[in-house]
Design a protein around this ligand. Structure first.
Ligand code: BG6
Length: 503
């Protein structure tokens, strides 16, 4: 991995979960592999009163619990934690930014970097006041180095609020210094979609409507809402997962080759995909989307409560924890090819993948093969936890008279490359410090995403509410989702039946 330039990272929302579970472990990992320069400090900012020592202890605990870190070396951690500092403050108060400016100056005097990376990891509603506060104290400008801002998702909650947030941040920072996070783009396997498609000449000729029957994208989770009741009630699965992560997977699967692998060229092609997604009328939303909410059930032999029984939840909540949708991309390459996308919480297993299902052969030559064994070709790009690629094709059954059976060729990251892949946040933090925005979303890109999602939310508000709960925890989701995809031999990959290869 390349080394980052020197930086002073200021994290807003430092007492929150993301800092403890992802950001600090990611930075620790970077330090261990020598990617962090000598001049690198973190200033955590939060409302919770805490001393720097308490902050360090809390971060250490978070790192120990984090699944991302493979091994916490006590000596390495002791050296790393000397770079962590904490400042109590209310980011909603404009006076605070003056104090922050003074604190940063003190840190420079003591030898810290003069490059500033502001990481806004707070609820969306606090993002605008933080940006304005930084501007009011002139911290958006930096005469001794650079000044960049990282904005966590969700970027707004609909098209209008995303536009508003874009206007606010663009008044204060130049687009080249704005890093809008979608952590899926930091995943190795997500980046590999582009390498697989555009680094090989074998697949691209068939990656279009002439050969592809349909595309299926799944992001299934076994976790519930993890103590985020109020956030999730405001958000729901469509805004939480589809408006960003799932649409990014659609874009990377469907986009045209960029002219170069750089931030603007890649983002330009993704925006083109979003603009080509066919808008849905209310009637189409009723036909081409399915909402679900989990009821009580069992996951890994453990009884789990339904969504409405989660702590802090409304008894009659109508928030969706599952969505399935059928998108069409109206462009030359994909005309007529449905993209089926689904995501949900408390499903039978954790699995994110993209399956490209190819058309059947024009003639059934090996007619002795029972119908159910003639499976069309499928290329599956495994994002997590099975990181790899499988190609499914037909082979002759040994000894049988010219009969076919489906078989798979597999590539597995771990087997091929040995080392475990870095965590998404580790990659993204390093890129932001290096000034590479390729794996971050551009302003027009997030607005294009919301232009797809907002009409769906609006149509749902007009349609009769579904009767929730409509799937039991630990299953593949609501039965209506099967109807959405059904026809011409199309069906979702059954989550219950898929065997997990890695964890
Ligand atoms: C987050 C969502 O952006 O992504 C969570 O807010 C979700 O609800 C998470 O669980 C999934 O990320 P990953 O990396 O575990 O697939």
């Amino acid at each position: 991995m390349p080394q980052a330039g020197s930086a002073l990272l200021v994290i807003f929302g430092a007492s929150g979960d993301l800092t403890r579970r992802k950001l600090i472990p990611g930075l620790y990992d970077l330090t261990c592999v020598g990617c962090v320069p000598r001049k690198f400090e973190v200033l955590g900012v939060g409302r919770s009163p805490m001393t720097t020592e308490e902050f360090r202890a809390r971060m250490r605990q978070g790192a120990l619990e984090s699944s991302g870190i493979r091994h916490l070396d006590h000596e390495q951690w002791a050296n790393f934690e000397k770079r962590l500092f904490y400042m109590v403050g209310d980011p909603g108060n404009t006076d605070f930014y003056r104090h922050l400016g003074v604190k940063l100056e003190e840190m420079h005097q003591a030898g810290s970097s003069t490059n500033h990376l502001f990481y806004v990891s707070t609820p969306a509603s606090v993002a605008a006041p933080i940006i304005e506060g930084l501007g009011s104290a002139d911290l958006n400008r930096n005469y001794q180095g650079w000044s960049r801002i990282v904005l966590e998702k969700p970027f707004g909650r609909d098209l209008e609020s995303a536009r508003q947030l874009n206007r606010t941040v663009l008044r204060t920072f130049d687009e080249s210094n704005i890093y809008r996070i979608d952590h899926y783009l930091g995943k190795e396997t997500v980046q590999n979609i582009l390498v697989f498609r555009f680094g090989n000449s074998l697949f691209e000729p068939v990656w279009n409507r002439n050969y592809v029957d349909y595309v299926e994208i799944t992001a299934a989770e076994t976790v519930g809402i993890e103590n985020r009741a109020s956030f999730y009630e405001e958000t729901g699965a469509l805004r939480d997962m589809v408006a960003n992560h799932m649409l990014q997977l659609v874009a990377l699967t469907a986009m045209e080759p960029p002219i170069a692998f750089d931030a603007d060229a890649v983002r330009e092609q993704k925006v083109q995909v979003f603009r080509s997604i066919r808008p849905m009328s209310v009637e189409e939303v009723a036909r081409r989307t399915v909402r679900g909410q989990y009821g009580p059930g069992e996951i890994n032999d453990r009884a789990v409560p339904g969504y409405r029984q989660e702590p802090g939840m409304r008894e009659k909540s109508s928030t969706e924890t599952y969505v399935a949708l059928e998108f069409y991309i109206d462009n030359w390459r994909w005309a007529g090819v449905p993209f089926f996308v689904r995501t949900g919480k408390r499903l039978a297993r954790r699995m994110t993948d993209i399956s490209v299902h190819f058309k059947r052969t024009p003639q059934a030559l090996f007619a002795r093969t029972p119908d159910e064994e003639i499976d069309p070709n499928v290329i599956t790009l495994g994002i997590q936890p099975d990181e790899g690629i499988t190609v499914k094709f037909g082979a002759k059954k040994p000894a049988a008279q010219m009969q076919m059976a489906p078989v798979q060729a597999e590539f597995c990251y771990r087997t091929a490359f040995g080392a475990a892949t870095p965590e998404a946040y580790t990659t993204l933090l390093l890129d932001a410090m290096r000034g590479d925005a390729t794996l971050f979303t551009r302003g027009d890109e997030v607005e294009a995403e919301w232009s797809i999602i907002t009409p769906i939310e609006e149509a749902w508000a007009q349609l009769p509410p579904p009767s929730f709960p409509n799937y039991a925890a630990g299953t593949s989701g609501p039965a209506e989702a099967d109807t959405l995809i059904a026809g011409d031999h199309r069906r979702w990959r059954r989550l219950e039946q898929l065997v997990q290869k890695a964890t």
